[in-house]
Each structure stands twice: as C-alpha cells, then as structure tokens.
Design a protein around this ligand. Sequence first.
Ligand code: PEP
Ligand code: MN
Length: 355
Amino acid sequence: MIIVLKPNPAPGVVEHVLERIHALGLTPHLSQGVSRTIIGVIGDEDKLQVQPLQAIAGVEKVVPILRPFKLASREFHPEPSVVDIKGIKIGGGHLAVIAGPCAIEGEELLFEVARRVKRAGANILRGGAFKPRTSPYSFQGMGKEGLQLLRAAGDELGMPVVTEVMDPRQVEVVERYADILQIGARNMQNFDLLKECGRTRHPVLLKRGLSATVKDLLMSAEYVMSEGNWQVILCERGIRTFEDSTRNTLDLSMVPNVQGQSHLPIIVDPSHATGRPELIPAMAKAAIAAGADGVHVEVHGCPEKALSDGPQALVPDQFDRLMDELRPLARLLGRTIDVCNAQTKEPAACAPAPC
Ligand code: PEP
Ligand code: MN
C-alpha cells in the first residue's frame, strides 16, 4: 500500500500520517522526492483502514501496490536508490566498476590485478573466496584465507571489496572481511541465504539466476529487503538460452525493464554473460548506454593459468583499454565513475603480469 501526499504538505501532515501507521502496528517507509512525498506500508492491509487515512487532510490517495514485490518496486520508492559503500556510489548516475579475478588464488596474483584495475579506474575490487563450481573436483576457492587477502588488497588500495557468499553459515565470516556480499546466480533463490544477508547491514550484490525471470530476481531482492536491508544492487549476468556460441545470453533489455519497475541499482556482468573476452568491451559499453549503473568484469594477470573462469578473463592491458573507452562514454551520458581516494599507498608501478 502506498500513501501519496498532496504536493507541499502542510507542516505536521507527514508526522501525523506516520503516527497513524505506527499506531496500527505497521512500519512506514518514507520517500521524499523532489515533488512528492510517498509513504509505503507493508503488512496487513485490512489494518490500514483505507478510508480514514484517505480522509486525512494532505493525503491525496491511498493505493495498493499490485506487483508481487513491494519494497523493491518503483511505486514504493519513486526515486532511484543509491548505494554508498565507503564513498563509492552506485545508482542515481553513479557507476560501479567492479573488477578483479574470478577467484582469489594467492597474494601476488591478487595484489597485481588489484593494483592494475585500481589504476585503470575500477572503484570496487572483486574476488571469489568461496567458489560455486559445476564440478566438486574443481578449485573451490581459498575460503577464509582468500577473504583475508581480499581485505588486505582492498585496504592497501582504498577499494571496497565484494565477494560471494554461498551459504547462510558463511555470512558471518564473509561480512567480517567484505564490504559487499555477492549472492551468485546459482543461489539467487536460496531463500535462507537471502534472508541471512538481509539481516546484515552490508550491501548485497544479487546476481540474476541462470533461468530466472526479472520478476523472480525482484522477488529475491524483496527477500533481502524484507529483512530490513535495502542496500541491494541487482546484476544481469546472462541467462541460459539455446545459443551456445556464448557462455550465456546477455539480456540487456532487462536493464531498462528493471528500472521501469524498481528503484534498485542494476549493473551488468559481461564476463559471465558472454564468456568471451573479445565480446566483453562491446557489451560493457552497451550496458552503460542502456542505462546500467555499472559493470562487473573479471580480470586476471595470466588467464591461461587461472583456476577459475580463465577463458573469459580480460588481461590488465585489455581492461585498461576498456576503461579508456568507458570513461568518455560515461561522461557523454552524464554519468560519474567515483574514484577511490582513500588510498594508503600509491600503487606500485606494475611489472608485467607473472604469466
Ligand atoms: C562470479 O561472479 O564469479 C560468479 C560465479 O558469477 P555468477 O554467479 O554470475 O555465475
Ligand atoms: Mn567467475
């Protein structure tokens, strides 16, 4: 249910409506836009006693939210949400450039890539410590030791870090080391994990499931938000189709599609979407042109030796070139790529990757 107030409500109207909602045992969510004040309410709609609320002077209308997702919906929060993680904003015209290796494999490789992507202009460092692999015999990630390395690299470079959490039991350790919790495509409908991440106050990067609809994705975001954590960043990372010349099929139309329905920021991962480095720059640029709030790109110093997703990794030089193309495009479109300033040490001059 949303309560739309008349423009420029008289003093005390907002407080009065909030009071009435609290008195009914419900929780209001106040959204003050430039021209309108909207108060969203989730819960037993019978309690809302639509008529009396509508009778309050200053209330224009009380309308139900018909979509199955409520907190994530545009109706509930008409302005775009902006996630701010240590001064790096995502959404509302601010682009996230998340880059790093698929998996954390060791200190030297991680720091090398981290320095290079930072220098190129990435503003969030990624790296997997718990890896969702198709085969149980493949490298499963370095676990806690990997988290510690990622934290150390992020701290050295002043970059927020994001890493995947695969199981509700891992949330505690992952939130200790990471700034953003990633929920991977394979876990998009792991509802216990969604709820556990919703109980933290860490932003959640929620990747679209391999065969999830836009509605499924937004319902999963709703799970996180319904636990009180509104800092959700959606991610399109390609879906399964009959096309087999790319790893997945990038569904770019879902960017404006989601933005029409939800206030949450949405970024695009052209690495997992295409699985092919030569396609990544074009798809990254297309994502920004389509209105995405950022990109998520895998970079490795030596893809042929990578323990996970080597074939799709950009090498640092390719990432440099991608950033050289993204920056003017972002500027042209009036978007900002926030820069990590809180750097403790100047990134060392980079030697060629140890390949
Ligand atoms: C990843 O980001 O490394 C990853 C496993 O992504 P996805 O869940 O989209 O496959
Ligand atoms: Mn990967």
